[in-house]
Write a protein that binds this ligand. Sequence first.
Ligand code: NAD
Length: 483
Amino acid sequence: MEAPVASPAPIVQKLPPKKELPEGAAELVVIGAGPGGYAAAFKAAELGLKVALIDPQVNPGGVCLYRGCIPSKALLHVAKLVNEAREAADIGVSFAAPKIDLDRVRDWKNEVIEKLTGGLGGKVAKMKLTHIRGTARFIDANTLKVTNVDCEESELPFRQAIIATGSRPFLLPGLAQTSARIIDSTGALELEDVPDSLLVVGGGYIGLELGSAYAALGSKVSVVEMTDGLLPGCDRDLVSLLKRRLDKSFAEILLKTKVLELKEQKNGVAVTLEDRKGEQTKREFAKVLIAIGRRPNTENLGLENTAIRVTQKGFVEVDGQQRTAEPNIFAIGDIAGEPMLAHKAYGEAHVAAEVAAGRKAVFDPRAIPAVVFTDPEIAWCGLTETAAREQKLKVKTAKMPWRGNGRTLTLGRDDGMTKLIVDEESDRVLGVAVAGPGAGELIAEGVLALEMAALSEDLRKTIHPHPTLSETLYETAEMLFKP
Ligand code: NAD
């Protein structure tokens, strides 16, 4: 799978002339203060626009900071400490069994969130952004109806707008809402308790990351995934390295399995599963986490009062400048299409803000990296080996198992792999993939290689620090030059 990139084709060819701003109007209004929204608001303010930022939270942060990337990474750090303490005996260091003070873990996670969101709040004040705590809806392409957190309504005329309202979890068909025992990622990150048994529905990013965190904290974790493998879209050799470890930390991984029914009971959730042969079994779990994907928040925005077009999947159609079919309105982040990743939102935010400020910019990255923060981490960018094969591209692939790298052995972890996919004729690097501890950091070099149109020759001639995991990148490139 090649990382999708936005089409640079403009939706709107000609921009209307600038009108006089009415009294009290915003020069630029940004709806939603997640990674897309706050990045766009800060960039636009830096470029001299008067910005109003609308979001119900006290401070910016969005899903990423309040109930997504950041809290989940905090919990995964706790999981890492627990696992390392347990495994240290293998190399001659023994600790007592880790004792988990759940209240302290939760407090620490919340402190991390507060530090980050508080810092952003400080930046809003410093940059003199107008922060409106509330939600917004389009009355037309130049007016918003704003409902503040006290439920008071007002109209806000604006010259330009950036929509950055993000996404929310999908629930299973027939399930109207989450509950105390049937939770989504938001519920899981609240860390109310550590259930004895946890069924994770969906073997994607969220299911595996949060499943890993709960397994380390002490839950017996079962995963059901409806396709025949974990992490659809990722090369199987990387996934199999992860699965080998998850097979030990999870109680079970049930592939090609569907959840037919969930019934909340007094002490748990009764679940009916259907396996690949169509056989049904009834099971009971203390909690069920639904992690089957996310959908864009494009409803309730009054988009029907504008010319903005929405795809069947609910994404707002944008051009390469993030402009919607309304020339003065931009859309960025999860509502503007996949991949739904904060770093894609940052990139799009800067483009939209620069274009809104009258600069020339386009969102046209060579690669958007994907990182799954499991143990081992899985990260990739650009062309995958699977996609190269499907598209019958003429490529050379080199894979280096981490067994041969000094640093991996000194970390007591050699269960990794670095892979390069290179154009057979030109030697240009088309894809990079890494599995192993720290893969999420290492992939940045791959993204830069793709963005700079590097050859594998460039990678192998680059002096990498020794002894580090980064050496696996040049060592893998070196493999392509062996006779
Ligand atoms: P996902 O798309 O990564 O995975 C969902 C999984 O659920 C897929 O494997 C899918 O086949 C499976 N599935 C779908 N319906 C099912 C069903 N009825 N029964 C069983 N399995 C089913 O989605 P996610 O894990 O919910 O994460 C949503 C998005 O959030 C991701 O696509 C990603 O964009 C983002 N995210 C990113 C990170 C990260 O960057 N590390 C972490 C978490 C979330």
